[in-house]
Design a protein. Structure first.
Length: 439
C-alpha cells in the first residue's frame, strides 16, 4: 500500500486530523486548516460544542483574527476514517507516584487504530520518553487496525513546543522538529509542517532522537531553575536578597538568566520524570535530574514556611491567621491549572491551620474546585488579612494600587507581602510601609 501524498492532502482529497484539542492541538488544527481539510477531534463534547461556536477557553486561539479555515470539530472518533495524516496531541501527565501516565496516549492510539486506513501516517506530538511511539503506540495501532506498520501505515514524531500565553513564540515562529520512521514519511511530515511553520523544520535522525530531544529541553530548564531555587534557600539563610544577587551576576556576558520560582505546568514539572522513568528501566539511576526535581517540588513548602516564620516574627497567631493568595494557575496570564504548584503553598499553609483565600484573574472557578479542590474568591473577600502572597504575576494585578492592597490587612502597620515572582517594586513597598519578602 502506498503512503498518502502531500498533493492528495493539498487537494483536500484526504483530510488531516488532530486528536486532542487543548493548548497544543487547537492552534495546530487552526494553522493546518489554512492549507488542508482538517478534522479536529476531542473526547470532550463540551469542548467540541464550544469550538463550534468559536469559543476557546484556553485563550490560545482568537477566532476574531483567524479568518477562513477548513476545520471540522467532532467528538466522534469514527470520523478519523476520513484522515490520512493523524496528529496525536493528547496530554502526557504523571500519576500520584510521579510515574508517566500514558493512559491518554494509549487511549488515543487505540481510538486511532480502530479507524486507521491503509496509506495513513500517524504522528505523535505528546511528550514521551524515548521509545514510546514505536514500542507502545505502534503495537496498539497494529492490534486495533489489523494493519502492519511500515507496510500499510507509517508513524512519526514531532514534539510540541507550545508555550501557553506566549504571543511571541507561537507554533508558526518556533522551529519544528520532525522525524518519520523512514525517508518517505519524514519527507511528508516536513512538507506538512513546513506549510504552517514559518521558522522551518529540523529533521531529527530518528523518532527516538526526536522523543529524547523534547524531553531534555524541559529537563534542562528544570535543572537551571532548581539551581536558582537552591541558591534562594541558601541566600535566605544569609539574609541576602536572591534577585539582587542575580542582577549583579547577570552583568557577566555568559551568565544564564534563570530565576527561582514554583515549577509547574504541563512540561517542565513533568517531562523530567518521563526521562528518569526510562533511565531507571535501563538500569541507570539519575541523580542530578531527580535532585533538581526534589528541590523544585519542595518550593511550595519552603514558601509556606517562610510565610509562617514572618507571621510569627510579626506577633501573629498562626492558627486561624488569614492569608490571601493572588494567582493559582501554573504561570502568568493563562487559565491553565495543570500541575500548578501554588496548591503546595496553599495546602502547606492549611496544615498549619492558616485560613487561605485564593483569587485568580484567569482561572475558571469550577475547574479550580474540580481539579484542585480550591474554592476561588473575589478580591472583595481579601479583608482582615495577616499576609498576602503574590503567587502568579497576572497583568491584572498590576492595576491594583498599593494603597488599596494595604487596606486588605487587619493591621496596616503589620502588612506583610510574600512575593514569589519578584512582582512588586521593593522601594514602593518600603515607602508604603509594607513588610516584604521575595523568593
Amino acid at each position: 500500500m502506498s503512503m498518502v501524498t502531500f498533493e492528495q492532502l493539498q487537494s483536500k482529497k484526504n483530510a488531516v486530523a488532530v486528536v486532542g484539542l487543548g493548548y497544543v492541538g487547537l492552534p495546530l488544527a487552526v494553522a493546518l486548516g489554512r492549507h488542508f481539510r482538517v478534522l479536529g477531534v476531542d473526547v470532550s463534547e463540551r469542548r467540541i460544542a464550544e469550538l463550534r461556536r468559536n469559543i476557546d477557553r484556553t485563550g490560545e486561539v482568537d477566532y476574531s483574527t483567524v479568518g477562513d479555515v477548513d476545520v471540522t470539530y467532532t467528538s466522534n472518533p469514527a470520523d478519523l476514517a476520513e484522515a490520512r495524516v493523524i496528529l496525536v496531541a493528547v496530554p502526557t501527565p504523571i500519576d500520584e507516584y510521579r510515574s508517566p501516565d500514558l493512559r491518554p496516549v494509549v487511549g488515543a492510539s487505540r481510538s486511532v487504530g480502530r479507524h486507521l486506513q491503509p496509506g495513513s501516517v500517524v504522528v505523535y506530538e505528546s511528550t514521551v520518553y524515548p521509545g514510546v511511539t514505536e514500542e507502545v503506540c505502534v503495537p496498539l495501532l497494529e492490534e486495533e487496525s489489523g494493519l502492519k506498520c511500515g507496510r500499510d501505515f507509517w508513524v512519526g514524531y514531532s514534539p510540541e513546543r507550545i508555550n501557553p500565553g506566549d504571543r511571541e513564540h507561537r507554533l508558526e515562529t518556533i522551529v519544528k522538529v520532525v522525524a518519520g520512521q523512514d525517508e518517505a514519511s519524514g519527507d511528508l511530515l516536513q512538507k506538512v509542517y513546513g506549510s504552517v511553520v514559518k521558522a522551518g523544520t529540523f529533521r531529527a535522525h530518528n523518532i527516538r532522537t526526536a522523543e529524547a530531544a523534547k524531553v531534555i529541553e524541559n529537563t534542562q530548564r528544570d535543572l537551571n531553575i532548581a539551581l536558582m531555587n537552591e541558591l534562594s534557600m541558601i541566600f535566605d539563610r544569609m539574609g541576602i536578597d536572591t534577585l539582587d544577587v542575580l542582577e549583579a551576576a547577570g552583568t557577566k556576558w555568559n551568565f544564564l538568566k534563570f530565576r527561582p520560582g514554583l515549577v509547574g505546568g504541563h512540561c517542565i514539572g513533568v517531562d523530567p520524570y518521563y526521562l528518569t522513568f526510562k533511565a531507571e528501566a535501563e538500569g541507570f539511576h539519575p541523580q542530578v535530574i531527580l535532585g533538581g526535581r526534589r528541590i523544585n517540588d519542595g518550593m511550595g513548602k519552603f514558601i509556606a514556611e517562610s510565610t509562617v516564620k514572618r507571621l510569627i516574627s510579626s506577633g501573629a497567631r498562626i492558627k486561624g491567621a488569614r492569608v490571601g493568595v493572588l494567582g493559582v494557575t501554573f504561570k502568568e496570564n493563562v487559565p491553565d491549572l495543570r500541575n500548578t504548584r501554588v496548591v503546595d503553598v496553599v495546602h502547606e499553609l492549611q496544615d498549619y491551620g492558616v485560613a487561605t483565600l485564593v483569587h485568580d484573574a484567569m482561572a475558571d472557578s469550577e475547574e479550580a474546585q474540580r481539579e484542585l479542590g480550591i474554592e476561588l474568591c473575589g478580591l472583595d473577600a481579601f479583608r482582615n488579612l495577616d499576609a498576602l502572597i503574590l503567587a502568579v504575576s497576572h497583568d491584572e494585578y498590576r492595576d491594583i494600587e498599593l494603597a488599596e492592597i494595604k487596606t486588605w490587612f487587619a493591621d496596616q502597620e503589620l502588612a506583610l507581602i510574600i512575593d514569589v515572582k519578584g512582582f512588586f517594586d521593593r522601594a514602593a513597598l518600603d515607602h508604603a510601609g509594607i513588610a516584604y519578602w521575595r523568593l
